[in-house]
Design a protein around this ligand. Structure first.
Ligand SMILES: Cc1cc2nc3c(=O)[nH]c(=O)nc-3n(C[C@H](O)[C@H](O)[C@H](O)COP(=O)(O)OP(=O)(O)OC[C@H]3O[C@@H](n4cnc5c(N)ncnc54)[C@H](O)[C@@H]3O)c2cc1C
Length: 435
């Protein structure tokens, strides 16, 4: 039977395995850095969107296959090398996502009050590596979010909602406690282009607009921007109608704004404290309805906490170069053709590592299915090839699927006393101690 290794247990890893196992009887080993599976569906998707996590049930079914084995708590490139995998498996699928955030090369962006949305989201979702994040919501009134995709709106919603409304979600208690003490009064969501070019979707916008006790400030020059961008597509039209309608919440305790055509030019602080952000005002490039260029004008917004939501980047694993793989740094992807890693037969890339960090779970799934098909065709061509090594790797600290099921059971149990679906373990030692 062919042996396949998959690196990363997010949607890309699991959907690729699902497809392979559906088409061919192979043995699959799934390597995951954390003791717990599911990637961003556990640590990225907002806690108040539990329906998005339903895919985890499908992943658990895949893991129930007798030909599937889980090596959790096992980082490829550290606990097991890339070359070991290439020697011991007929095919290796790299699907380890895009774990770092894109930064901003702007003065002051190193101040402690400037954090990435990915870190903030990981913090409120209980991701172990993000628990040391330094910010003080009980001394914060103004938050500016740079970037206006759906993740920016997720962050704004978490900051603006009544914390009591989050108590029934699986948001960990430490995050609920910090949000309960929060003194945030205003959240600015700032995009470098206009409202019609904004990346958030209607569903996420509507959710914030109907949030009780939260008020959207009127958007400056909205009608002008809409006129300029005409003709609009159907989805754009619907989004603009919602923006024009705005929200009415007379008893609002918190407000938010959608500011457009601005890019941060300096994060200003005193000592370590962030105090304001200076923004360059942009204008549309001559002859363009969507590209922008900076002007000489600027505005300054008081800001105690800045959250950068401007995209992610994959990282190269140690040993990839030596194995003959090319990591394209500026795009943050592993060079590949239809998932086949260039120059290394039997190596594949899937998910955000293959496509770049864009798209939702559904698009990641479709792409992973196509990579699964490529893996199956490849395996057909190497069916009886003898591997240099076909040994089970000696990984004494690995967490098995049954171990994960025990962690899962305990988290669900811990959640019962709080009336929530689960209370996550938020550190790796706590996860391992549970076993
Ligand atoms: C904040 C945020 C919110 C989102 N919300 C939604 C949403 O509401 N709805 C939606 O449809 N999509 C959402 N998305 C998009 C969705 O999460 C992605 O499309 C999808 O998770 C990408 O899948 P992936 O498997 O490529 O990466 P990931 O989900 O990141 O999985 C990668 C896995 O690889 C593991 N890993 C990393 N390095 C190693 C290593 N060296 N060795 C072993 N394992 C490793 C990681 O721990 C992780 O488990 C969101 C994304 C973000 C960032």
């Amino acid at each position: 039977m062919n042996r396949v290794a998959v690196v990363g247990s997010g949607p890309a890893g699991f959907y690729t395995i699902l497809r392979i196992l559906k088409k061919r009887a192979v043995h699959v080993d799934l390597f995951e850095a954390l003791p717990v599976p599911y990637g961003l569906t556990r640590f990225g998707v907002a806690p108040d969107h539990p329906e998005v996590r339903n895919c985890q049930e499908r992943f658990a079914e895949v893991a129930g296959s007798p030909h599937f084995r889980f090596y959790g708590n096992t980082t490829v490139g550290k606990d097991v090398s890339v070359s070991q995998l290439l020697q011991n498996y007929h095919a290796v699928v790299f699907a380890y996502g895009a774990e770092t955030s894109r930064g901003l090369n702007v003065p002051g962006s190193q101040l402690p009050g400037v954090i990435s949305a990915r870190d903030f989201v990981g913090w409120y979702n209980g991701e172990p590596a993000k628990q040391g994040l330094k910010f003080t919501l009980d001394r914060t009134e103004d938050v500016s979010i740079v970037g206006n995709g759906n993740v920016a709106l997720d962050v704004a919603r978490v900051l603006l909602r009544q914390p009591d409304d989050l108590r029934s979600t699986d948001m960990p208690e430490h995050a609920i406690a910090a949000l309960t003490k929060s003194t945030v009064k205003k959240v600015h969501i700032v995009g470098r282009r206009g409202p019609v070019q904004s990346a958030f979707t209607t569903k996420e916008l509507r959710e914030l607009l109907v949030e009780p006790q939260v008020q959207l400030d009127p958007i400056v020059n909205l009608t002008e921007y809409i006129e300029l961008a005409k003709p609009l597509g159907r989805a754009e039209k619907r989004k603009m109608e919602l923006l024009l309608k705005g929200s009415t919440s007379p008893s609002a305790q918190r407000t938010w704004s959608l500011d457009f055509m601005q890019s941060p030019s300096e994060f200003k602080g005193e000592g370590d404290l962030l105090q304001s952000i200076e923004w360059t005002i942009n204008t549309f490039a001559p002859g363009s309805k969507s590209d922008v260029v900076p002007t000489e004008k600027s505005v300054t917004t008081p800001t105690d906490l800045a959250v950068l939501s401007i995209g992610y980047k994959s990282v190269e694993l140690p040993g990839m170069k030596e194995a003959g793989m090319t990591f394209i740094k500026d795009k943050g992807i592993l060079e590949n053709h239809r998932g086949h890693v260039t120059g290394v037969p039997g190596a594949f890339a899937a998910g955000w590592l293959k496509t770049g960090p864009t798209g939702v779970i559904a698009s990641t799934m479709m792409d992973a299915f196509s990579v699964g098909d490529e893996v199956v065709s490849y395996l057909e061509s190497v069916a009886n090839t003898k591997l240099p090594g076909a040994d089970d790797l000696d990984l004494p600290y690995a967490v098995s699927w049954n171990d994960w099921l025990e962690i899962d059971r305990q988290e669900i149990d811990r959640g019962k006393s709080y009336g929530k679906p689960r209370e996550k373990f938020v550190s790796v030692p706590d996860m391992l101690n549970a076993l």
